[in-house]
Design a binder for this molecule. Structure first.
Ligand code: SF4
Ligand code: SF4
Length: 549
């Protein structure tokens, strides 16, 4: 195995024997085979679309799911991955059929395609693992060189991140045919392994694609559950039986809320599910009582202490401790060997586990934090914000957040938020916010100094807010008194970074360390073109950002 797709990669170089995340070599190699096959499906689906062939939702969905499955901390289960590889071969045959049929209708000769289209997966596990050696990153590093292979991975990881968002939207029946076609086209171009300059351009195009994916998911979430609204949510436990829901899939939470109504079980959010508590369509359930715990990397300690059942709807799952292995469940694409996998149609095993567990025996002292400042809520008070800026009461905006991780060095974000001047407003999103979201920041003329925009995909909201501010001040986003200080961990953060670069946003600070797949030469391009810089110390970065504002 060789994997360097996330920030915690071994020694900042790459995981080779086993992943720091817990992914074993077999799983990593099978993920490489699956990714290769997904490219083959996309190549054929792209050509079928171009030839005016019929659209096949199963083919579209499979490509998205295959990529999402390989995102960090989603699927650790080699058996499930092998099953997906077998299915990929079937789906590819369907896509081939669409292409051949479309060509026949138009009197065209189908292209003779090699690479991922011609690849035949071996019949057994050992054979697949032997094939994986030629399909992974190391093989590409040898054939393409470090720079080209690295940028190819950059674009691929962006696509993986975007796939997660598209999948969540598809779950809520929100489809964008053009976006799905764009996905196939991007994978087709990636599979052709073009020259470096083209790969850099493709990476920025993936950023554009991801913007559209986040917009699609925003439409799906707000169309189904309403616009998030500022909500003081409870972050301390209440007496009673309990289920803790983590991950990002709002529909899973909604279905669980319906299936637990009247059963005497309280539902809590964990990690990236926290923003769900601000959606009118979800918070209307009285047994959705609040949030428990913090970000994903605290789960082993927090799940162990939680006296109920735990449901993981997506990443980030970690290897469960024995103490809670019998009461943690996965659903959707997330999977871990030995953990019971349930479907959202029937969460009864989760409910039974919660009823069998002790639950909280007493109310904890009530504590609340306010969330729900997505685009609709912030733009609803835009006049007030603009007036505070014009009156000199708000001098700067910081967007501090992103994906959190387990490596030391992430206290930077806590210290940065705490050191931000009193006349600045901090916008935050994704699980990185747990570094400071329970601290007191006060307000400026009634505008909270800490505005929690939501999940990582709500970067779409952050972009809308920035664009609206730019419009109000008749300028562009780069000329606003706005600085982005982002933490990254996995591939959704890569997708978001590419989206911001695609928008031409400059001087982003990125940490806690830079991606291993970005070589010094490629970093040089990003620094020169976008002023992208690694984080240093909170004091030095604050000084520099306020000076250049
Ligand atoms: S996902 Fe991250 S930690 Fe896991 S194997 Fe890959 S680089 Fe290593
Ligand atoms: S936002 Fe946080 S919880 Fe979600 S995938 Fe990224 S690191 Fe994991």
């Amino acid at each position: 195995m060789f994997c360097y797709q996330c920030e915690q990669t071994a020694r900042g170089i790459g995981c080779t024997k086993a992943g720091v995340c817990g992914k074993d070599g077999v799983t990593a190699d099978l993920q490489d085979v699956l990714t290769h096959l997904a490219k083959g499906v996309a190549m054929l689906a792209h050509r079928a679309r171009q030839a005016g062939g019929a659209l096949d939702p199963e083919v579209d969905r499979f490509v998205v799911e295959a990529l999402f499955t390989t995102v960090t901390n989603v699927n650790f289960d080699a058996d499930r991955l092998e099953g997906l590889i077998r299915r990929a071969a079937e789906v590819r045959a369907r896509a081939r059929g669409l292409y051949v049929e479309a060509c026949a209708r138009r009197g065209l000769e189908p292209e003779a395609l090699a690479g991922p289209v011609a690849f035949e997966p071996a019949a057994d596990r050992q054979g697949l693992l032997a094939q994986a050696a030629g399909l992974g990153i190391q093989a590409r590093r040898q054939s393409l060189g470090e720079d080209r292979a690295g940028v190819l991975e950059l674009a691929l990881y962006g696509l993986k991140g975007a796939a997660a968002y598209v999948d969540h939207a598809l779950v809520l029946s929100e489809r964008d045919e053009a976006l799905l076609g764009w996905f196939h086209q991007a994978l087709d171009r990636l599979a052709a392994e073009p020259p470096l300059e083209e790969l850099v351009a493709l990476s920025l195009e993936v950023g554009a694609l991801n913007l559209r994916a986040m917009e699609l998911l925003d439409r799906a979430n707000t169309g189904t559950y309403g616009h998030p609204e500022p909500t003081a949510v409870r972050v301390s436990a209440v007496r009673g039986k309990a289920i803790l829901v983590s991950g990002h899939d709002l529909k899973d939470l909604a279905l669980l809320l319906e299936q637990t109504a009247g059963k005497g079980v309280n539902i809590y959010t964990h990690g990236e599910m926290l923003p769900a508590l601000a959606y009118p369509g979800l918070k209307r359930h009285p047994h959705l009582v609040g949030n428990y715990g913090g970000a994903w990397q605290d789960q082993q300690r927090e799940f162990e202490a939680f006296p109920g059942a735990v449901l993981m709807t997506t990443n980030c799952i970690q290897k469960p401790r024995e103490s809670y292995r019998g009461r943690i469940f996965t659903t959707g694409l997330v999977a871990f060997p030995g953990v019971t996998h349930v479907t959202s149609e029937d969460f009864s095993p989760v409910i039974q586990a919660a009823l069998g567990a002790p639950g909280f025996t007493a109310d904890e002292p009530e504590r609340r934090i306010t969330i729900g400042f997505a685009r609709n809520a912030v733009l609803g008070v835009a006049d007030k914000v603009v007036a505070a800026v014009k009156a000199g009461k708000i001098k700067h905006f910081f967007l501090v957040g992103g994906c959190d991780g387990a490596k030391p060095g992430r206290n930077y974000y806590t210290e940065f938020a705490q050191s931000a001047p009193r006349d600045s407003v901090i916008l935050t999103l994704a699980c990185g916010k747990y570094r400071f979201n329970k601290l007191e920041f006060g307000d400026i003329d009634g505008i909270p100094r800490l505005l929690d925009i939501g999940q990582c995909n709500d970067a779409h909201s952050a972009v809308q807010i920035a664009l609206a501010l730019a419009q109000a001040f008749q300028t562009d986003v780069n000329s606003l008194p706005l600085s982005l200080v982002l933490s990254w961990y996995e591939q959704k953060a890569v997708a978001i970074l590419l989206s911001l670069l695609h928008l031409g946003i400059r001087n982003i600070r990125l940490g806690p360390s830079l991606p291993a797949f970005v070589t010094p030469a490629v970093l040089g391009v990003l620094v020169e073109k976008f002023g992208l810089a690694p984080v240093t110390t909170p004091e030095a970065d604050l000084r520099a950002l306020l000076r250049t504002a």
